[in-house]
Ligand binder design. Sequence first.
Ligand code: ZN
Ligand code: ZN
Ligand code: FE
Length: 763
Amino acid sequence: MTAATPVVTAVRLRVTGVVQGVGFRPFVHRLAARHSLGGWVRNAAGEVQIELEGAAQAIADFQSALRREAPPLARIEQVELEPLAPEGRTTFEIRSSTLDPARRQPVSPDVALCAACESELFDPQDRRYRYPFITCTDCGPRFTVIEAMPYDRERTSMRAFAQCPDCAREYRDPASRRYHSETNSCPRCGPRIWLEPNDRADEPIAAAAHLLRSGRIVAVRGLGGFHLACDATDESAVRLLRERKRREQKPFAIMVRSLEEARAQARITPAEAELLMSRERPIVLVRRAHDATVARAVAPGLDTVGVMLAYTPLHHLLLEEIGRPLVMTSGNASEEPIATANADAVRRLAGLADAFLLHDREITTRYDDSVLRVVREAPLFVRRARGYAPLPVDLPMSSPVPLVAVGAHLKNTFALVHGSRAWVSQHIGDLENLETLEHFQHTLADYKRLFRVRPDVAVRDCHPGYLSSRVAGELGCRRILLVQHHHAHIAAVLAEHGEPGPAVGIAFDGTGYGDDAQVWGGEFLVADLTECTRVGHVRYAPLPGGDAAARAPWRTARGYLSLEPWEAGALAPAFAAVDRQTLAVVDRQIATRLNAPLHSSMGRLFDAAAAILGVRAVAHYEGQAAMELEALAGDVAAPPLPFPARAAARGTWELDPLPLLVALGEAAGRGADRATLAAAFHESVAAGTADLAVRCAAERDLRTVALGGGCFQNTRLLEQVRRRLEQAGLRVLVPRRLSPNDGSISYGQAAVAAALLCQEAHP
Ligand code: ZN
Ligand code: ZN
Ligand code: FE
């Protein structure tokens, strides 16, 4: 035996994760060749299987490179290794797939056009020059074309397009970037675009750009549905879009072609730039630049603007043609889900768009743009959809039975659970109309089919009247579990961090049905995944008009005034614009407690403060007053005003906002700077909140605090609460993989239900 002869060994690797339809097998082939290894690779249901034979060191090197150099869209979850007897194999081959329909595997989200495809798109020598559907294994649609798994062309909407000989050659060539690219096509064989109507009968993109430049509105069919587009720099075009969409003030997102164009409109930090450029290409909420050219009407009253970079080849072509930013808002009438099919869009958007830029690649699932912002260098979800769903979010335990959590009433998502895996759906919408309910049902059916989950148990909110509660009863599950809204918020944060608890939970949001049937929303909890105790809350006040108060901050302020009527002078500015008769009606509602439930909502407290500071008495969308208050506060420094906690019933604490609201009203009456007062309000809430949380943690000897609920999308509030808690030596958990708002309720419900079912199974 000579020392130079390497030891020949053989192994079988089983790789799970997002490893199919992402160029994984050709990558393995190249890697094996580089390390002089024999064997084969193949797709099997739920995994990729690899057999390797060769020098032990080469196999070890192969394994470390497998993770390090994996293709951009691959997400390796696990690699299982099993030794084999060497057979003397020296060549490596790609074998055909084996199918086992019982296995589950993740589906890749859609991702933005890759750099290689982008340069081909604008290369006059390339055969896909200016082809709006250029893709490769590293980019393009996935989830929005899949009908069933495993991911093969015949189970996608690309089935309708047979590949031409040139495309087929690339598809079969392991050296090509388009080897087994199921969306592969070219101008000769692939989907087409056209404009309706097209009077100029010329190139559809040029014609659409011409309309946009002249102030018209064009509906553009994209990956997961339609956008309504208009020239973002044209004030009157943006106003026309608002009028037609009946969306008076809610901010629109804009789309630009490059980071440089984004920088012309907004102040962008390095972390924000990274997020904008990521292959998920989300909408990122960034600070508007002082010399921005986009119309004020894009985001009235706010200091932020939602920006995204072009993510499909069609976007690149359109933006190149028009040469300025476009408003790109979801193609729907107000409150309805986004339109996806051509005929449906032309019918529903007829009064909204002047023309339709259509294509004939069918969209299998509705998929809104994701929205994030950056806090302390880390992304925070506002809406999780395109680019992120349907990747699963793991639970810290394995559920003994499959389950479905139907989520919240507003900003709904659902979660489908098998074992420790939770498939959290993309953003569905507000479950308040038939169209959104159908969207929910279709998408749930898709997820059940794709991920092969047949839920036994349904989980829902405690509110008896919500549509979601009814839906939970109609899913054919043998059992239904109820989870309180704010427990779900905190459980979602604990579960995504794998934190068993108990911890102090601060759940601040607009509305959630409380255990006492009142409106909760400013809650201090002590919770783990199975149990939850309310240890404190914002002082109760009547909420005249109930849910309607979300659109009328002055009503909420009126409710607070009823607690301390002698403070009428301080709170008066909130009601300046309201007529006497309406005031009388609301006062009667409060006095008789008819349609005036009690609330402890932090979201509504922000509304009341905005009304008292004269920022906004009537809102066009929920959260508008609070967002404007945050914008007004900006980075202005201000010391906190008193927001005291006092002992309330049954050993709980109560934060009393009256002294704070009165102090703000009096200072505003003296003519104090409103930005400073808005800043002082934020600081006061942060200080009062942190002080109470520190006290609750000390009382129970806890070290961890979890922050959840839509109010924590306010970055100043989130940062100030977090900073103060950390200064007190506490560990602070904030949502990372899901949003703090009601979009994460389904996951929280799933976590609580899974933990309860585990406890039952192993008492
Ligand atoms: Zn590509
Ligand atoms: Zn072709
Ligand atoms: Fe909530």
